[in-house]
Structure formats: C-alpha cells, structure tokens
Design a protein around this ligand. Sequence first.
Ligand code: PHE
Length: 354
Amino acid sequence: MTTSVMLPDNPTLDEYKKRLAELSERGVTEFARAANADELEAARIEFLGDQRGKLREFQIVLGKLPKEARPEAGRLFNAAKARLTDALELRRQEIAKLGDDSTTRPADLTMPARRSWRGAKHPVTLVIEEIEGIFRELGFTIAIGPEAETEWYNFGALNFPPNHPAMDLHDTLYLSGEGLLRTHTSPVQIRTLQRYAPPIRVLIPGRVYRRDFFDPSHAPAFEQIEGLCIDEGISFVDLKATLTRFANRFFGQRPTRFRPSFFPFTEPSAEMDVQCGVCGGQGCGVCKQTGWVEILGSGMVHPAVLEAAGVDSERYSGWAFGMGPGRIAISRYGIPDIRILYDSDVRFLEQISE
Ligand code: PHE
C-alpha cells in the first residue's frame, strides 16, 4: 500500500501542486496494478472515495488557499481528478475483458475435483422394481388403485363378514365422512376385475395404511405388492409354480415352503416362506429360530370375490398374493429396524443404493 500523502493544513500553491501531482501519479499506478474488480474497487475508494478518498482532502484544502491561488489550484484539481477517473475507467474495461480473475490467477490443477452429489433409489423402491421386472417377464402388467377407499372395496367385496375385527377402529384409519385409507392393496383386485375382462395377470404395487405405532417391526404406512391372475382353468398348481419361480429368481436357489393360512378373500389360502438367508435354515435371530422367513400371503380367489366384481365364478378361477417389499428389503439387507426405511438418513441409504 501507499504511504499517505501528507498535505499541510495551509499549504502554499507550490506545495499544493507538488502533492497533487504525486497523488495522481500514485493513483494511476495503483489502478493499473489492480488485478481484478475487487482490487480496483479498493483502489477507487482509497483515491476517489467520497468520504475518505485521498483526493477529497485536496478539495477541502482548496478553500483554504490564498484567494489569488484558488483559480489555478482549482484547475489543477479538476485535471488530477479527470486523470484518475480516466485511469480507473481504463483499468475497469481491461479487467472486464479478462473476464473473471481465473485468467490472472493460474488454475490449481492439483486441486481435487468437487464430486457431484447424486441421489439414489430407496432400498424399498429397488426391491419393488426388481419384483416388477420378474413378474413382467412372466406376462404380468402393472396396475394401481386409490389409497383412499370405500369400506366395500377394502372389505365388503373381499368377502370380509360384517363386523370383521380388521374393520375395527383399532386397525383401520377411517377418513372423516365416508371412506378409509386402504389397509391392503387387495381392493385393487376388485377394481381390476370390474374394468378388464379375463384373462388377467396384474401386479399392483402401492402404499397401504394401518393404525399401528412406529416400532422396530411396524409402520402405520407401508408398501405392498399384490398379484392377481384370473383365467379359465387356473388352479393351485399355477399359483405354486409361479410363486416358486418368482422366489427362485428373487432369492436365489433357496428352498421355499407353503403353509396353510386364512384370508376371507382366498380359499384355500397359503403363506409362503423362504429359507432364512442369514442362517441357511439353522435358526437365528432374524428368523426367530424357525429357519424360515415369511414372504407373502396367497390363495385361490374366493368365488364370492369374483361374483362381487361381476366375474362368472363358474367359468373363471384364479389366484392372488400379497407381499410387503419393506419386510423383504429388511431381510435382504439385514436392516435391524423398519424405521430406518423411513428416516431418509443418507448415511444409511448410501450403504445400499448405488
Ligand atoms: N391382503 C392380504 C394382507 O394384506 C395379503 C393377501 C393378498 C393374501 C392376496 C392373499 C391374497 O395381508
């Protein structure tokens, strides 16, 4: 930086001239030396600033000069100001032409590049997409339905007897007025059957709601995938073959088994298990010492369900299943607490998603 040009309070004309010449000389040098817009602005404030600029001092002192000296001093002052202003403007244009200061400061080629931050798919989405892919190969198309349903679609048409415990306030989230949040994707079976004539092979992913508190193994909102296959002459053999094929594709060559079960909308009903991938069937914490992990509920669609949807149950038959991709993600990736799937904690998601 420059040392201050000290100007006595009551200078002679000669002194005034000399200091003014020194000042404008230094100002012009400083402006020319500025490497970028910021440095130039700092120099402008130092020399031409309204409040504390060095030239401002000379303007104030002008009034204190002997009267006869003032006209000449005033002319010189104006000339110095013009010279500084021109030098400032010239440098401003030069800097603008340089663009940014990267031209005056060489780039540091050794600096590590900034990694771009890309999002990734959620583990449950990955599982859903993989399951969809497998069923697409088997000739299934994807269908969806509404999350806000009527009691009839969610329960009545699915052969739930009136006052079934699942309809209880404790399990179902009712909407004010009419309707409820669907407790499973099965109502979309009815909607599909009403809309399309058999043969039908659809896969129905979607979110469902139950009146549960969040705990390590429950969530009040979660994903399900429903499957429905209806045609003439479809039997339990088709159900078993298709679901076994699916399990082999998705879980690898792990043994599977079917256990008898009950759902109001299927008869007979079966739950499908796959051998625990953690212990290989020996029994461990993940499979609660059984050696098996439950993956879906299924069964032959009840004739009453076909009839409720307007399908001739004498002519057509078929099977359906429902599974929870969240639970499948948990066992596949060894996730200890279902709530992790809802936290969107990037540190967790990064471990699973590419
Ligand atoms: N809807 C059942 C449930 O949520 C699953 C299911 C679907 C069972 C289709 C059989 C057939 O538990």
